[in-house]
Design a binder for this molecule. Structure first.
Ligand code: C5P
Length: 195
């Protein structure tokens, strides 16, 4: 796992920016695992499937061979963000996304290229043998301000107090879920990205 760098951290900590920077600087493939969870959430919204309908979600995931890891601005909306952390508690959703990540990364490694992957459980679970692990954190109010600014810049409506409340809830869901909760990986370099 020499050629893998994992970056974990809470929502809005800036891990994506750091991952992008590292991937550019060292010519590594960047995989944002959150996008894969977001794509599953968007599929449920587009097809009007409740996140509570576990049976239906299982059937759908079984029928999907490959999910796109391409980013799109629509995947970053607040309703997708909130739904994403609700479906990310399901072990079968995590298994599906983890397999998708392993598939993408093994294809890249075959080409002798390295990868930087960001998410919540990359260093603790998905690629726990990675040589380099980072954990990015930042004060919650700063994370909420950044997110608020980003939404406004995208031309979306945003109310700071709502963003702060949503982030707190997402943190709570991500930290307290049974399956692969957000944790600092053993041996990770911790970076405070509040400034
Ligand atoms: O990183 P991003 O904010 O796009 O992730 C959206 C949501 O997807 C997170 O709040 C979390 O619930 C879930 N997620 C996860 N594990 C990952 C990546 C994302 O549970 N590795």
């Amino acid at each position: 796992m020499k050629k893998i760098i994992t970056i974990d951290g809470p929502a809005g900590s800036g891990k994506e920016k750091i991952a992008k920077y590292i991937s550019k600087k060292y010519n590594l493939f960047h995989l944002d695992s959150g996008i894969l969870y977001r794509r599953v959430a968007k599929y449920l919204i587009d097809n009007k499937i409740s996140y509570k309908n576990e049976k239906k979600i299982k059937i759908i995931l079984k029928s999907i061979k490959k999910i796109s890891h391409r980013k799109h601005i629509t995947l970053r909306s607040e309703n997708i963000s909130n739904l994403t952390s609700l479906i990310a508690i399901y072990p079968f959703v995590r298994k599906f996304v983890n397999n998708q990540q392993k598939l993408a990364v093994s294809n890249i490694l075959k080409k002798n290229k390295g990868c930087v992957i960001d998410g919540r459980d990359i260093g603790t679970k998905v690629f726990k043998n990675a040589k380099i692990k980072l954990f990015i954190d930042a004060n919650i109010e700063i994370r909420a301000k950044r997110r608020h600014k980003q939404l406004i810049e995208q031309g979306e409506k945003s109310i700071y107090s709502h963003i702060l409340k949503d982030l707190k809830l997402r943190d709570k869901t991500d930290i307290n879920r049974k399956e692969s909760p957000l944790r600092i990986p053993v041996g990770a370099i911790i970076i405070d990205n509040s400034k």
